[in-house]
Design a protein around this ligand. Structure first.
Ligand SMILES: [Fe+2]
Length: 156
């Protein structure tokens, strides 16, 4: 049955918030990774890659806020520390010393990880009947799969 935030059980809200906090953490780590690569990328494709990484971190910065605010709309706690996000995130930081192709591959992997995490978070929401959270997760997952395609196309 479809449920809005106020109708969800305490357990359902906690499970959804946990999945969303995972999504926020990975989105935030990927935001920093994209800005890192935006700064440090080199090579003949500097211009387009510099711009593409910027599009990603701008998109992700807005997304992490949307996801965290959905946690608050569910009356749960949004984790707001970098250390906590790093501990949870399956996307890892990088020191930024890498070739352009290595950066593209790392970012493709990060985007695919995020798409999978958001698909899973959407499933957690769906099982609780929380279609509003599910919709947000689906939209975000689609965006990350689009970025994964943009990156994959560079390596074809
Ligand atoms: Fe810049």
């Amino acid at each position: 049955m479809t449920q809005t935030a106020v109708a969800l059980s305490t357990d359902a809200r906690a499970a959804i918030a946990e999945a969303l906090n995972q999504s926020v953490a990975e989105t935030a780590v990927t935001t920093m990774l994209a800005q890192n690569f935006h700064w440090n990328v080199k090579g003949m494709a500097f211009g387009p890659l510099h711009d593409l990484f910027q599009k990603m971190y701008e998109d992700h910065f807005v997304a992490q806020d949307d996801l965290a605010e959905r946690i608050r709309a569910l009356d749960e706690h949004a984790e707001g520390t970098l250390s906590g996000m790093l501990a949870r995130s399956k996307v890892k930081e990088h020191d930024g010393h890498a070739s352009d192709k290595e950066m593209i591959k790392m970012m493709q992997d990060a985007q695919e990880t995020l798409a999978a995490t958001l698909a899973g978070a959407g499933q957690v929401a769906a099982e609780a009947g929380d279609t509003l959270t599910e919709d947000l997760c689906i939209a975000r997952g689609q965006e990350h799969e689009k970025f994964a395609w943009f990156l994959r196309a560079h390596l074809a």
